[in-house]
Structures are given as C-alpha cells and as structure tokens.
Ligand binder design. Sequence first.
Ligand code: PLP
Length: 362
Amino acid sequence: MGGVTVSLDDLPLREDLRGQQPYGAPQAPLPVALNVNENTHPVPDEVADDIADSVAVALRDVNRYPDREFTALREGFAEYLGHGVQPEQVWAANGSNEVLQHVLQAFGGPGRTAFGFAPTYSMYTLLTRGVGSAFLSGERGPGFTLTAESAADQVAAADSDVVFLCAPNNPTGTPLENDVVEAVYDATDGIVIVDEAYREFAPRDTPSALQLLQGRPRLVVSRTMSKAFAFAGARVGYLAADPALVDALRLVRLPYHLSALTQAAASAALRHADTMLAMVDDIVEQRERISATLEALGYTVYPTWSNFVLFGGVADPRATWQALYDRGVLIRDIGIPGHLRVTAGTEDETSAFLDALAEIGR
Ligand SMILES: Cc1ncc(COP(=O)(O)O)c(C=O)c1O
C-alpha cells in the first residue's frame, strides 16, 4: 500500500496540464531564508497573544460553519484600505493567490486568455493555466520598466480577458505608477488586476491604484497580509473592486472558503495594524542597505519599491546561489540570466547575506 503504481502519464490528466511544472520555490531549513519575499520579522508577542485569544474564542464555535461573507473581516479591510473603500467592495481568500484564482475562475476559463508583462509573478501563468486559459506575455522596456504608451499598445493588441499589472513588480521590484494603470484600463474591455502585494513597502506619498477604483468597474486592486503584515503562514489575501465584480466572485468560491479560525486571526491582526506594520520601515532600511552594498560590490541593482532586490551582473547565478546555500543563506534564482533576487531580512540576516556574497565574490 502507498507505493507508486503508475506515472502521471498513465492517469487521465487534462491534456493542457501534461508536462506542466508545479510552483516550486525551494523550501530548505537554512538559518537565513531570503528567497520568497516573506517578512522575516515574527509577529510581536503582544499581538500574537491577542490573535491567540481571538482564535481560542472562535474555536468554541468551530462545530458550526463560519460566516460565509466574512463580514467583520471585510469591515476591517475596508477600514485599513481607506480611500473610501466600502465593505461590499472587499473580497478575501486564503492568500492573494486564491483571490487571483477567484478572479480568473469568474472572468477567465477555457477559450479565454490572460496577459502580463514578463518577467512577472510566476503564479499568474500557473493560475491562468489552472482555469484552462492561455497566458500571453508582453514585454518590458529597459531595466524592466513599463511606459503607459507601450503597456496600452500591447494590451490592446493582446485583447485578453484578464490583464495582470504587478505594482511593484515581482521579481524585479520595478515601481508601476497609476498612469500605466489608467492607460491599460482604457486599452481593454477585460478585467485589469493591479497586484499590490508589496504596496506597503513603496514610498508613502505615492498613489495606490485604489485611487482609480471609482468609475472603473473592471478594475481590481489585490493585496495580501503575507508581506508587510508578517502573516504569510495564516494565508490571507484580499481585493477591492466594484461591488458587482465582488458579486461575481461568489459564483466561483467554495462555500465557507475562509475558515472561522482564519477570519478570527486576520481580524485580530488588523486591529493591530500599526504594530504589525511597524517593521516596514526597518525592512525598507535593510532593502536600501542591500541595494547600496550590491552596487558598491559592482552588481547592477534595479530600483525597487518592494521588500526585495533584483541584482544583475552575476556571472554564474546557479553557482552563486549554491555558494550562498552552502553558507546557510537561501536566496532565489528566478531564471533571469545573470540575475538573482534577495529578500530584505532582519539586520542580522541581511548582514549574513551581504557578508557571504562579498566573501564569494563576483
Ligand atoms: C506579486 C505577488 N502577488 C501575490 C503573491 C501571493 O501572496 P499570498 O498568496 O501569500 O497572499 C505574491 C507572493 O509572493 C507575490 O509576489
């Protein structure tokens, strides 16, 4: 029992999934893990205690299905987002990956297409394929930037049902400003998703795409608690959009998709938003330190508004990745020739990475 009896090829798998690779960022128990853009600062003790109390209360009713409409959590997100966002404009799910999947299930599907500007977040392709749609890739300009004109032209030509704009972009960190969002929205009849997973790490005075929601019923702004909120393990993502678009997502979600424990934990964490976000400034400081040091070491460093840095000028990314691994530091080889990506960690973790890299040399 339990042994492998057939290979995947022997199973009646969907034809369009044959030969595909699953999401596979390495998970290795190394002392310094800076590979998946987590917040490496733990949740502060006083907040963890309050979250534990809230989860304990929710546990008493766990014999019942949870609030299918996650009303309290929705209100919490609306208040956190500001910009006049109302609770009926908010949707949430198990990570922003599931939020994006809901949008694709409702607005993509067999025979439809989704579009994004490569290189970008690898899950866009996987989620798109998962709903039976084709993913089309557009191109970026020098330094992975995107102008409003080029973006709009490419989006108009692709004529896809869903467009992903990653702001700032993963894995490059590249800022994406609202003029690009406006131009892309005007260039398509499809859904435009602005993925603001790393929004809290951008300069405070820069506008969010939330400012554009009014009067744009096909615009979606997605966010996550996984990054700035240090809540990746809890799996909570959310979006803001027109109430009609949110209604459409009810057609595809599983009933009670957000557990009572998740709802309780996320609502409690949101009550402590200021404390949860207190580490953002420190992370931005470490990010700037990484950028400055890498530049001094002779690498090409790209502007970043996220909690990670993409750097080029790496002669052999695989060898450098392995040499760092051997020194207990895990970063990410994202498959861009000559480049590697590193997440800003605590001060000590960041020092461990920079010291190891300096020792290895270019
Ligand atoms: C751009 C972007 N969007 C979405 C996500 C998904 O985050 P989660 O599902 O943890 O909310 C990530 C995670 O790395 C990301 O980089």
